[in-house]
Design a binder for this molecule. Structure first.
Ligand code: NAP
Length: 265
């Protein structure tokens, strides 16, 4: 395997203004991919694109990273996320990380119902829309290419609470159960077409996630201390890099990754 195993790849990463998405953009760029990043906070994306350009580890070519700002659950934004990288890089996206999402503290009984629709829209509807659009494009792309010369990847961020029921965040968990099942169904549908759909289900990762979800800093902080060290976004990014740099005929399709001392969920 070469030192820059993704040098022929074009990657799209949603939710790249923070946390796992941002770390994944850096990791895939280090592995040689050209990168398109999405999130709503455009100024952060612009800074990230600049950082990747300034790092100078992207080789001699121009335009190794671009930003496509907007809500990742909007159909026109999804179309732009797939069209703009091809226009900028002269090669189609063949690696999509469906990462944008948010948490929500509480169960169906205790969570804030005013936030349900926004969460379901990005975590499930938006993720499903991108899964469909990326699945269509990547399977068409693979039809035109010699198998198994080229890999094509869709990586989906699930969660351990999308596999093990947690009464403390069950509304959020329900969206991750749903996207986990869609990812596995898409793997069965798209794998035979040469497209790998990989589900990653992390336990606790320290990021902006906990603040956005509204977890109580006291009790949740104490739980994080119990599990310390919790995962970092870079831990997940490294794992994504490992999965997508495998030869096209090798598929690590489902990964649960927890802090070692997190026994549950
Ligand atoms: N942290 C954890 O413990 C953990 C565990 C398991 C799974 N996960 C999953 O991992 C993924 C990333 O989480 P994280 O920990 O990196 O959280 P984070 O630090 O809060 O980052 C979330 C990212 O998603 C973006 N985002 C949110 N809503 C969006 C929307 N409607 N359109 C576009 N972008 C949107 C945010 O950017 P903007 O606000 O700028 O749009 C941000 O870049 C999520 O799917 C999460 O459910 C996290």
């Amino acid at each position: 395997m070469t030192a820059r195993p993704l040098s022929s790849r074009v990657a799209l990463i949603t939710g790249a203004s923070a946390g796992i998405g941002q770390a994944t953009a850096r990791e895939l760029a280090t592995l040689g991919a050209r990168i398109a990043v999405n999130a709503r906070r455009e100024e952060r994306l612009v800074a990230l694109v600049q950082e990747l350009a300034d790092r100078g580890d992207q080789g001699p070519d121009d335009a190794r990273a671009i930003a496509v700002a907007g809500d990742a659950s909007d159909e026109p934004v999804i179309a732009s996320m797939l069209d703009e990288p091809e226009a900028a890089f002269g090669a189609p996206v063949d690696l999509v990380v469906i990462n944008a999402g948010r948490g929500l503290a509480g169960s169906v009984m205790t969570s804030d119902p005013g936030q349900w629709e926004e969460m379901i829209r990005i975590n499930l509807v938006g993720a499903a829309r991108l899964l469909r659009a990326a699945g269509e494009r990547l399977s068409r792309l693979q039809e035109q290419r010699e198998w198994p010369e080229h890999a094509a990847d869709i990586v989906v961020l699930g969660s351990t609470v999308g596999r093990h029921i947690s009464p403390f965040s069950s509304m959020y968990g329900s969206t991750k159960f749903a996207i986990g099942s869609l990812a596995e169904a898409a793997r069965r549908e798209l794998g035979p077409k040469g497209v790998r759909v990989s589900l990653i289900e992390p336990g606790i990762v320290a990021s902006e996630f906990q603040g956005v979800a509204g977890y109580d800093p006291g009790s949740f902080g104490a739980m994080m201390d119990t599990f310390a060290p919790v995962l970092t976004p870079e831990d997940i990014a490294r794992l994504i890099g490992f999965i997508v740099k495998q030869p096209a005929g090798v598929h690590l399709s489902g990964t649960v990754v927890r802090p070692t001392r997190q026994e549950y969920p």
